[in-house]
Every structure is written in structure tokens, then in C-alpha cells.
Write a protein that binds this ligand. Structure first.
Ligand SMILES: *Cc1c(COP(=O)(O)O)cnc(C)c1O
Length: 394
């Protein structure tokens, strides 16, 4: 049995492609082509070249000495924060734009919540000279001014969405509507391991460069190519999927994921989908969804905009429900404290999302020889005002 996707696009009982009839042809076309394109040597050559020379890969695997001392294990940080645009999302955006080109698509659309995926997509569209439309809830447009300005400077058309709560879920609906209207020339770049099959598998493969690097970097540092524990935060699941990809069926490696607990899983202000979600359908995929008795999607809450999502990728839902991964809800407070701790111990200001993975460290029981790799998915520059505001309130 494998924890990777099966022939029908499922991870156990999760996944599939639950889409309106009008999108059937678009999604089928992608299903029919993505593996062949990704495995094509010319694609790989161009993808690898851009990851190296444009995004700045390989990202370092850094042995964090003082953090290791504090938690009693050999802790390595996988530094996705050092990528161009400040997070792992650029890996996926480069990959999907190259796939779009090879499928003859001329126009790129994307959804964004906090704006990080929108910025990554707009960046790659500038690079490749492709028109780019980014759908963003009006509430998010107002909260995330700087990212909106970035996308505009990069040449993207940012469309504020005024339906529903005017946040990520509504932006996604609008992007799907656009795709339905322009199936022939448009490629929808999804920002995480979510959406209808083949998106979760496609995004996981594009992000798998992370665990591919961890393998040879660990061999250099430790003389063996696997860790005892892998740790990452989960919003939709893409940085975690990249971190675990080559180890997912290796039972020597424990997988620990941190989801956003918000104010706590027993409050109604949380985004801990694995703890609170029930089987449902969101964005074309059967997965765990935060929903009420009537199946209405509940508005999630987290201090971290990148984890503030009412669903979870089907790969991670399956890892959690089968017990392959341990999933911990980490609260806003725990994440903030962990961010300050990393900053003072190692001189690295992490993204608020990544701080959730760090916030799981106090709950871990390590042996002194344990080799731990924790992915720092992004840098914290975008979160400085949240960090400072929190500090002044305490
Ligand atoms: C978007 C984002 C996340 C959450 O997305 P995943 O798909 O779960 O990785 C995590 N960290 C950072 C820095 C992000 O920008």
C-alpha cells in the first residue's frame, strides 16, 4: 500500500475530481498530460534551471545548533524562506507556468488569500511574459495592501471578489468561474495541494524538489539520506507535501504536521481542519472540511493568513486519518512565541505559517541522536507588524 495518489486520483478515500460538467474537458486534458510533461527531460531541464538560477535553489539545510540544544535533538532547518519571493510557493508557480506553456495555454489565472500565491504567480507571469489575472476576496485586498501593490507592479490584473465573505473561498469560486468561461486558452494555477485531481499530485511533484534536496543534503551532513522526523506546517499542504514526498512510504521516518489552532480547537476561532473537519467536498476534492450540520463551510480563523483555509489537501487528510502522520493544532500564541524563539536563538525571522511548525517542537519527545528536519516554509518580513503588535499587547 502506498500513501501516494492512486490511478483514479485518490489518497485512500480522499481526493478525486468533483467538478461541474463544463470543466470536465479542462481537467481531463490536464490529467491526460501532466505526467508526460513533468517527466519530459526538456521540461525537467528548464524547470531545474529556473529553480537554480531564478529561485535560488538548492535551499540550504541548516543545522540549528542552539535550537537543537534547547530541544535535545539534531534539528535541521530546510530554508525555503531563502527562495525568491520568500517562500516555497515559487517552486510550484514556476512548474505550473511551464506546464501551461507546453499545453499551449496563453493566459494564467490564480486565486489568492493572503496574496503570497498571487505574488508568486504574478512573478512567474512577468518572467514568462504571460497575461495574469489574480482573484482575491475584497476583504483580503484591503488587509493585504502590499501584496496587491506587488502583483500590480508585476503586471497582474487583481480582481477583488465581493461575493460571500469576500475571502479565499470566494476568490477560488470566481477563478473556477473564469476557467469555465475560457477553457481553451486559460490555465488555472492553483497554489497548494488542493483542488480536483490532478492538482494535488501535480503540486506535490513540483514541490518534491524539497525532499529530493533533503536526501542528498542529509547524506552530506549525517552520512545517511533519511531523517528520523520530518516537521512542517499545513495550510493546504504544499510545503509539507514537498518536505515528505520522497519519504512518504518510508516507515523509518516519522511525519509531524502542524495545523493552525487559532485561539484553540475548542473555540469557534480555529483553522484546525484535521481536528475539526468532516468528510465533504471543497474546491473539487473530497476531503476534510470545516462545515456545520447543514454542510455549510465554516469560516476558519488563524492569525496566519496562509493557514486560514477551511479544507486540507487530500494527501494530508489520508495521512492523518490512517495514522501515518501526527497532526498537532498549534495556537496563535504558541506560533508567535516560537517565532520569537527562533529569531533570538538562530537569527531567523520565520513566516507566521512556518512558526506553527516550530510551535510543535515543545510537544515532541526526541532522543538525543534523533535527526529532525523542519521546513521553514517562508520568511517573516510580511508578518513583522503582526509580531510587533502582539509584542506590544503583552
Ligand atoms: C502559503 C503558505 C503556507 C501554507 O501553504 P501550504 O500549501 O500548506 O504550504 C505555508 N507557509 C508559507 C510561508 C506560505 O506562504
Amino acid at each position: 500500500m502506498s500513501y501516494q495518489v492512486d490511478h483514479d486520483g485518490y489518497y485512500g478515500q480522499f481526493g478525486g475530481a468533483y467538478i461541474p460538467e463544463i470543466l470536465h474537458q479542462c481537467v481531463q486534458e490536464l490529467q491526460d498530460n501532466y505526467l508526460q510533461i513533468i517527466n519530459n527531460p526538456a521540461f525537467q531541464q528548464e524547470f531545474r534551471m529556473l529553480l537554480r538560477d531564478y529561485a535560488g535553489r538548492p535551499s540550504p539545510l541548516y543545522r540549528a545548533k542552539r535550537l537543537s540544544q534547547k530541544y535535545g535533538a539534531k534539528i535541521y532547518l530546510k530554508r525555503e524562506d531563502l527562495n525568491h519571493t520568500g517562500a516555497h510557493k515559487i517552486n510550484n508557480a514556476i512548474g505550473q507556468a511551464l506546464i501551461a506553456k507546453r499545453m499551449g495555454k496563453k493566459r494564467i489565472i490564480a486565486e489568492t488569500g493572503a496574496g503570497q500565491h498571487g505574488v508568486a504567480t504574478a512573478t512567474v507571469c512577468a518572467l514568462m511574459d504571460m497575461p495574469c489575472v489574480v482573484y482575491m476576496g475584497k476583504t483580503d485586498v484591503e488587509r493585504q495592501r502590499v501584496n496587491v501593490e506587488r502583483m500590480k507592479m508585476l503586471g497582474a490584473d487583481v480582481v477583488p471578489v465581493t461575493s460571500g465573505n469576500m475571502t479565499l473561498k470566494d476568490a477560488t469560486n470566481e477563478a473556477i468561474r473564469d476557467w469555465c468561461c475560457h477553457p481553451a486558452d486559460t490555465f488555472y494555477v492553483i497554489g497548494s495541494t488542493v483542488g480536483p485531481h490532478p492538482y494535488p499530485d501535480m503540486v506535490a511533484r513540483l514541490q518534491s524538489v524539497i525532499s529530493e534536496e533533503i536526501r542528498w543534503q542529509l547524506r552530506e551532513h549525517e552520512g545517511r539520506d533519511y531523517p528520523d522526523v520530518l516537521m512542517a506546517c499545513v495550510g493546504g499542504g504544499s510545503n509539507a507535501a514537498g518536505t515528505i514526498y520522497h519519504y512518504i512510504d518510508d516507515d523509518r521516518v516519522r511525519i509531524v504536521l502542524a495545523e493552525a489552532g487559532g485561539l484553540g480547537v475548542d473555540t469557534d476561532k480555529s483553522a484546525a481542519t484535521i481536528h475539526l473537519g468532516k468528510l465533504g467536498i471543497i474546491h473539487g476534492s473530497k476531503t476534510l472540511v470545516m462545515q456545520d450540520e447543514d454542510g455549510q463551510i465554516q469560516e476558519p480563523y488563524s492569525i496566519s493568513a496562509g493557514l486560514d483555509y477551511p479544507g486540507i489537501g487530500p494527501m494530508h487528510a489520508n495521512l492523518a486519518r490512517t495514522g501515518r502522520a501526527t497532526v498537532m493544532p498549534i495556537t496563535d500564541d504558541e506560533a508567535i512565541n516560537a517565532a520569537f524563539e527562533l529569531t533570538r536563538l538562530e537569527g531567523i525571522i520565520p513566516a507566521l505559517e512556518s512558526a506553527h511548525a516550530l510551535g510543535a517542537l515543545p510537544y515532541m519527545k526526541f532522543k538525543p541522536d534523533d535527526v529532525v528536519v523542519l521546513t521553514v516554509s517562508g520568511r517573516g518580513d510580511k508578518d513583522l507588524s503582526t509580531y510587533l503588535q502582539y509584542k506590544s499587547n503583552k
